[in-house]
Design a binder for this molecule. Structure first.
Ligand code: PGA
Length: 250
C-alpha cells in the first residue's frame, strides 16, 4: 500500500516572512491527516519555515541542488547545506529548470546520484511538452527522462526515488491532464520501473501528478490506480486550497 504524498512547490514566491505566514496557515489544516505532506519553499525561507514546522509531520524540501557536495560553484547550494537547513526532500529536474536553466537528463542524473548518497529524498520531475505529445512522443520523452535520471544508479538505491509526472503543457496553464491521460503515463512509468527495479519494488514507488492540480480536480486524479498524490504549484500558495488538495489524497 503506497502512502499518498502531496508536495507544494512554491517556486520563486514568498519572502521568509511571507513563507512563515503561509506555513502557519497550512500547519493546522493538515495536522493529523494520513498523507505525507511536504512544502518546498525557496532556499532563503528554508530556515524560517523549518522553525515553524518543528513538532509537525510536514516535511521540508528544496527546489533544486548542486550535484557536487562542495566546491567552487558560485551561487549554488549543496546537499549538505540542505540537510543542515532541515530538508528531507529535494525537487530535481523540474521542467522550469530544464526549460530556463538548461538542465538535461545527464545533469539530473548527477544531481539524483548526489541526493541519494546524501540521504535526501529526491522528487524527480518528468513530462512532455505539448508539441511532443502531439507528435506522439510521450513514451519516448517521459521514459527517456526516467531512464536518463536513473542511468548508472543501482536498482536497490533507485527504489527510494519519488517521481512526479508533470506534463509541461499543464503546468501553470490551468489546463490539467484528464485523470485518464495522467493515469496512462503513470502506468507507463511504473511499468518501465518494474523492468529496472523488479515488479515488487516498482509497486512500492510513488508517482505524483503535477500540473494545474486544484481542489476541484485533485480527488479524481488521486483516485487513479497509479497516481499517488500530487506536486502542487499555484494552489500550494494558498493554505486553504493546499489543505483541500491534501484532503483529496486521503
Ligand atoms: P502548477 O505547477 O500546479 O502551478 O501547474 C506545478 C509544478 O510546476 O510543480
Amino acid at each position: 500500500m503506497r502512502r499518498p504524498i502531496v508536495a507544494g512547490n512554491w517556486k520563486m514566491h514568498k519572502t521568509a516572512a511571507e513563507a512563515v505566514e503561509l506555513v502557519e496557515g497550512i500547519k493546522p489544516l493538515v495536522a493529523g491527516l494520513d498523507v505525507e505532506v511536504v512544502v518546498c519553499p525557496p532556499f532563503t525561507s528554508l530556515q524560517a519555515v523549518r522553525a515553524i514546522l518543528a513538532n509537525s509531520a510536514i516535511g521540508l524540501g528544496a527546489q533544486n541542488m548542486h550535484w557536487e557536495r562542495q566546491g567552487a560553484f558560485t551561487g549554488e547550494i549543496s546537499s549538505d547545506m540542505l540537510l543542515a537547513a532541515g530538508c528531507s526532500y529535494v525537487l530535481l529536474g523540474h521542467s522550469e529548470r530544464r526549460q530556463f536553466c538548461g538542465e538535461d537528463d545527464s545533469l539530473v542524473n548527477r544531481k539524483l546520484a548526489c541526493a541519494l548518497q546524501a540521504d535526501l529524498c529526491p522528487i524527480v520531475c518528468v513530462g512532455e511538452t505539448l508539441q511532443e505529445r502531439e507528435a506522439g512522443r510521450i513514451e519516448e520523452v517521459v521514459l527517456g527522462q526516467v531512464g536518463g535520471a536513473l542511468s548508472g544508479i543501482e536498482a536497490s538505491t533507485a527504489r527510494a526515488v519519488l517521481w512526479a509526472y508533470e506534463p509541461v503543457w499543464a503546468i501553470g496553464t490551468g489546463v490539467t491532464a484528464t485523470a485518464e491521460q495522467a493515469e496512462e503515463v503513470h502506468a507507463m512509468i511504473r511499468h518501465f520501473l518494474a523492468e529496472h527495479l523488479g515488479k515488487a519494488a516498482a509497486d512500492e514507488v510513488r508517482i505524483q501528478y503535477g500540473g494545474s492540480v486544484k481542489p476541484e480536480n485533485a480527488a479524481e486524479l488521486f483516485a487513479q490506480d497509479n497516481i499517488d498524490g500530487g506536486l502542487i504549484g499555484g494552489a500550494a500558495l494558498d493554505a486553504g486550497q493546499f489543505a483541500a488538495i491534501v484532503k483529496a489524497a486521503l
